[in-house]
Design a protein around this ligand. Structure first.
Ligand SMILES: [Zn+2]
Length: 387
């Protein structure tokens, strides 16, 4: 492929990435990409011809000239998004703009083996594509699952409390059934990647995505790029030690954060104090009402998370932490508490700022995160995927 062609594809890719965030006029695209208006017009004409983008709305620019905004054509492709979690598995069908068209959930049960669950997800995916008449437009499948996992081989490794799924080759299962690219990423890392395009991280160069639900996970964006580490274990904040003499975690380490701060483990502590505190939402409601047991539990959760986050910030020095998962509920009570603890504990605390904010992703964040895996790969490898 010639240099001119390479350049054209790189520029198209850049346009697609900007349009993933929001529709833009040709003038705005020229400003954002640094390309000339004339070059943008030619590139947009090609993308319009291939129906990858479409014209959206008439807008009036700064000098009073009207123009059409350009958006990704949602009908161009379909994407399957699959989330494998400890409590519920989900499958969704998304359009090219990342919008969720259909979604179905399947509760996990001890007696259901991984293979049976994969079969359920596959059957539902086939139903969705049939209903949507989308099989010939399937761009790819994006799968998110608890870490640690091997995203290159597409295998779930040994996440704690997830024994039925250890060493399950999820990507090859779907590759045998569909003729399209299949990608898998750990759920926290995938959420971090989606946060950059569809959430609160659009303008952030470096941040940590903290996920607290049935486990505790972290995903990292450093200098605008996902950072996964050499073996893909980066961001596993749930397996940092908060108690040297603590019990052994299934990861092999002792006193891991997850053993204390994951929601099922908080609820176990809650049961010893007040049997009515059966969910994180109930704990937060009781905290709001000033209930002593709930105050103790919430403050302890803040201290545990702040301890591991302080270590992480001393190593990585990012300025923002986005919170996902169950801690989103009435999170306005706990983020300032965690921020204050961290400011008191971090190196250079006096002059150092740290922001802890809720994730800006929509409700079905896991579905968006899965679809985003496919869209990122598509935009990055524009020249090698279907068009
Ligand atoms: Zn551990």
């Amino acid at each position: 492929m010639g240099n001119a062609n390479n350049m054209k594809l790189r520029n198209q890719r850049s346009i697609i990435n900007f349009l993933r965030q929001q529709p833009m006029s040709r003038a705005e695209l020229a400003r954002q990409t640094g390309l000339t208006r004339a070059a943008i017009s030619v590139l947009i004409d090609t993308l319009l011809g291939e129906e990858i983008v479409s014209e959206d709305q008439l807008v009036t620019g700064k000098v009073g000239r009207t123009s059409m905004t350009i958006k990704l054509n949602p009908q161009k492709y379909r994407i399957l998004s699959i989330n494998i979690a400890r409590d519920i598995c989900s499958v969704g069908l998304c359009d090219f703009s990342g919008e969720i068209l259909m979604v179905e959930k399947f509760p996990q049960k001890k007696e259901i083996l991984a293979k049976q669950m994969l079969n359920c997800l596959y059957q539902k995916a086939v139903d969705f594509l049939k209903k949507d008449r989308g099989a010939d437009r399937l761009l790819g499948i994006g799968i998110t699952a608890p870490g640690p996992l091997d995203s290159i081989k597409g295998t779930i490794l040994k996440p704690s409390n997830f024994e039925n799924w250890h060493q399950i080759e999820v990507v090859s299962y779907f590759k045998e059934k569909f003729e399209c690219p299949v990608y898998m990423e750990n759920n926290a890392q995938a959420l971090a990647m989606a946060e950059r395009y569809y959430g609160a991280g659009v303008r952030e160069e470096s941040f940590l995505e903290l996920v607290v639900d049935t486990g505790v996970g972290g995903g990292l964006i450093l200098n605008g790029k996902p950072y996964k580490g050499i073996h893909g274990y980066c961001g596993e904040i749930g397996h940092t030690t908060v108690n040297l003499d603590g019990e052994r975690c299934s990861c092999g380490n002792h006193g891991c954060l997850e053993l204390y701060a994951a929601i099922p483990n908080i609820l176990r502590s809650a049961m010893e104090k007040d049997k009515s505190l059966t969910s994180w939402e109930k704990i937060m409601d009781a905290y709001e009402a000033g209930d002593a047991a709930a105050v103790w539990l919430v403050e302890r959760e803040c201290r545990l998370l702040a301890a591991s986050l302080t270590t992480m910030m001393n190593l990585l020095d990012v300025g923002v932490i986005f919170v996902s998962g169950e801690l989103l509920y009435k999170g306005a009570y706990i983020y300032p508490c965690m921020e204050q603890l961290m400011k008191d504990q971090m190196l250079g605390h006096r002059g150092r700022s740290i922001r802890i904010c809720p994730s800006g992703l929509p409700k079905e964040s896991a579905m968006i995160a899965g679809a985003n895996l496919v869209l990122e790969k598509y935009a990055a490898g524009f020249e090698t995927t279907k068009s």
